[in-house]
Write a protein that binds this ligand. Structure first.
Ligand code: ADP
Ligand code: MG
Length: 686
């Protein structure tokens, strides 16, 4: 990249150390950063609204084009405070404009001349007013004014001035970061045009075209980085595990593995014997049987070291204690009979117990350790860790993933996620991973019937729940959160009390929420699993992975508060046995959007379709509920809006890497530099 662009921002005329400090708060360090800094909005002074069409009291600011009909004499209401008023007209109506302490501006206004006004409309339909609008002469050269996101101490003008000077500085000396061929293929404007027009657009179309180029750059470099880093993955296989028979494992299962499970296990086994370390995503809808696949992988790791002096270990990390202990039990059930020693490591263990498990892992006495984040606290080492399995990865932030990756020994990695992710996003979240998909449900699964109803039908729905409980089944009632302040949200604790004293007084109810102490949570979950609780009132802590086959009814309050994918996850808690299962969604939100969402979730159980719809309707921010961990922090791009561009950028990035995998071509040199810079930045952050 051109040296000029890499200079510190103080190189720009008018930018001293003080301003540079403010710029740094906005992430602007170099001339390049400054030019890349995009306005969040534009005011289009060239498309005025008629005065008669404006709404007094409306929130948005409007642009008017009007001439001065009359200037009223200024009034000095008190010392140092002048109010000037002028009546403007555009022949559709009049408006009274008030300027506070702007005598200079006022005196420059000429009766009979045209001006452009930008501000909020106040007053009423009979007498419209505008207070202290921005006023531009109608023949101003800049009819489109950018609005930048700022930080305290910095003004729009100061930023605009600095950008102007930066543009003057580079003139047209700069080579485009993107090769011409690439630019043309994607119908993108040049970088010079983009910088000029994103900051000083002559038309809104120009501004958008410019913005599109800059957003595209950002998405392309990101996509290239993901792909390039995967190609350049020099993590050689520290644990090449030779093939071993898994017959014993398969025979010990109470069921036949599905074809998809067999295929995934095969890919994992092969992967761990490859030249590079395995780095794989196991994706499968709720209930598709990922745990067994993970257990097979752990068993395989164990068997590979068997009979040698080289005992190798694996570990499983889960996002919650409930899930960790459930996995622990599953692993014990499946693997202990085959001679493996499993340990559990969670935050709620006593320090002594924790130390014991950790020490046993360090001595290599445990073959597999299951746990929560506590697993990767400083002193939880292993003797010979060959495989790290992470469940429901999206709940771990990118930082945690990177921290784990930085752990020594370079183990194989298997990541499991139950949230089917649209391909576009999967490439962003997991672009560095190979993917195995469980696209087949175990035999005998009954589909879950889903009904979305309004609160008026709640009593009838309770009756329906009771029917299920009377048949000896169990159920869940989920409300959005515990101790939620919003009045219309049903709070789990008080809801539990109402239900257990009322409609469900003849049943055994349990309460589960995130603020309970871990031991209590565990206890409630245990009793529910054992069948000692009929109906579990809960927040979303049961969301991931909990497995109670006798549960056949899922009842969700305020269903509109959840993302579609989250609802799908919750719903996946039922339908795990061989009885007919049901999901009832209560929602009083009658917006078109919500009706459409409820229709989608009731009409399909295909997690991928739901995920696509979720992405389309709510954008990726909502995609994982309120938890946005793992989304890359783009500067200009906004995935809620720019998914289409992301798809284009990914397609192009693939084409570029297919043709030039290591970005060796001179044409790709600048892109390579930007890719490396991005990668280094990512490494810095962790
Ligand atoms: P998830 O993919 O959601 O994590 P689980 O691994 O929890 O799913 O499996 C869901 C249930 O299906 C468990 O009770 C598990 O024992 C059972 N299961 C897994 N594989 C099969 C199979 N091939 N045939 C029948 N049941 C299976
Ligand atoms: Mg699971």
């Amino acid at each position: 990249m051109d040296k000029l662009l890499e200079r510190e921002v103080t190189y720009v005329k008018g930018v001293g150390p003080k301003k540079a400090e403010l710029f740094e708060k906005l992430g602007i360090k170099t001339v390049y950063d400054l030019l890349q800094y995009c306005p969040r909005d534009y005011v289009d002074l060239s498309k005025p609204t008629y005065i008669k069409d404006t709404m007094p009291g409306a929130e948005e600011q409007v642009v008017l084009r009007a001439r001065v009909a009359a200037k009223l004499p200024p009034s000095h209401i008190r010392k140092g405070m002048t109010i000037c008023k002028a009546v403007f007209t555009d022949d559709t109506d009049d408006i009274t404009v008030t300027l506070f302490n702007q005598e200079y501006l006022f005196s420059s206004l000429k009766e009979g001349e045209d001006y452009v006004l930008y501000g909020k409309i106040t007053g009423n339909m009979l007498r419209r007013e505008m207070n202290s609008p921005a006023v531009f002469p109608a023949n101003s050269p800049d009819l489109i004014i950018p609005v930048y996101p700022l930080t305290a101490g910095l003004t729009q003008n100061a930023l605009r001035g600095a950008v102007k000077n930066a543009l003057d500085l580079i003139e047209d000396k700069i080579e485009d970061t993107m090769p011409r061929a690439v630019r043309e293929r994607c119908c993108l404007c040049t970088q010079a045009y983009a910088w000029e027009n994103v900051h000083f657009p002559r038309t809104l179309d120009g501004a958008h075209e410019a913005r599109r180029r800059l957003i595209f750059d950002e998405l392309l470099i990101y996509s290239l980085a993901v792909g390039y880093n995967r190609i350049m993955d020099t993590n050689l296989n520290s644990y090449p595990l030779p093939p071993r028979s898994l017959e014993d494992f398969r025979k010990s299962l109470p069921f036949e593995l599905t074809k998809a499970q067999m295929r995934a296990i095969g890919q994992i086994v092969t992967g761990m014997n490859g030249k590079q370390r395995m780095n794989r995503l196991l994706q499968g809808d709720v209930g598709s049987g990922k745990t067994v696949v993970a257990a097979a992988a752990a068993y395989f790791v164990h068997m590979s070291g068997f009979g040698t002096n080289n005992f190798v270990q694996s570990c499983v990390m889960a996002p919650t204690e409930i899930l960790a202990s459930q996995h622990y039990k599953t692993f014990c059930r499946l693997l202990e009979p085959l001679g493996m020693k499993i340990g559990l490591l969670t935050g709620s263990l006593t320090p002594k117990n924790k130390r014991e498990v950790q020490e046993a892992a360090q001595r290599g006495e445990l073959d597999c350790v299951v746990g929560t984040h506590a697993l990767f606290s400083e002193n939880s080492g292993f003797k010979n860790l060959a495989l790290v399995i992470t469940d429901e990865q999206h709940r771990f932030g990118v930082e945690q993933r990177a921290a784990l990756a930085a752990k020594g020994g370079n183990p194989h990695r298997l990541v499991m996620t139950a949230t089917p992710i649209p391909r576009t996003l999967a490439l962003i979240f997991y672009g560095d991973l190979e993917i195995s998909v469980l696209d087949e449900m175990p035999k005998g699964r009954k589909p879950i019937s889903t009904y979305a109803v309004t609160g008026e039908l709640r009593e009838r729905a309770y009756g329906f729940v009771k029917k299920q409980l009377d048949m000896g089944h169990q159920g869940y009632i989920v409300c959005p959160a515990v101790d939620e302040n919003e009045a219309d949200l049903i709070d789990a604790t008080s809801y539990y009390e109402t239900l257990s004293g009322g409609v469900f007084k003849d049943y055994r109810l349990g309460l589960l929420h995130g603020k309970l102490p871990a031991a209590e949570k565990e206890d409630v979950m245990e009793r529910f699993k054992a069948g000692d609780i009929d109906l579990l009132v809960s927040t979303t802590v049961i969301e991931v992975g909990v497995d109670v086959p006798n549960a056949t009814i899922m009842f969700i309050e305020n269903a509109d508060r959840f993302g579609l994918s989250q609802l799908h996850q919750l719903r996946g808690r039922v339908g795990r046995g061989d009885s007919e299962s049901y999901c009832v969604l209560i929602s009083d939100n009658r917006s078109q959007d919500n009706i459409r969402r409820m229709k989608t979730i009731s009409s399909t159980t295909d997690g991928f379709r739901i995920a696509e719809e979720d992405l389309r309707l709510r954008g990726p921010g909502d995609f994982f509920g309120t938890n946005q961990h793992g989304l890359p922090a783009f500067k200009i791009a906004d995935l809620t809006r720019d998914i289409r561009l992301l798809e284009e950028a990914q397609k192009l990035s693939k084409e570029i890497l297919d043709e030039d995998p290591t970005l060796e071509k001179p044409d790709h040199a600048v892109m390579k530099e930007l890719v490396k810079r991005l990668t280094e930045k990512g490494a810095e952050m962790t």
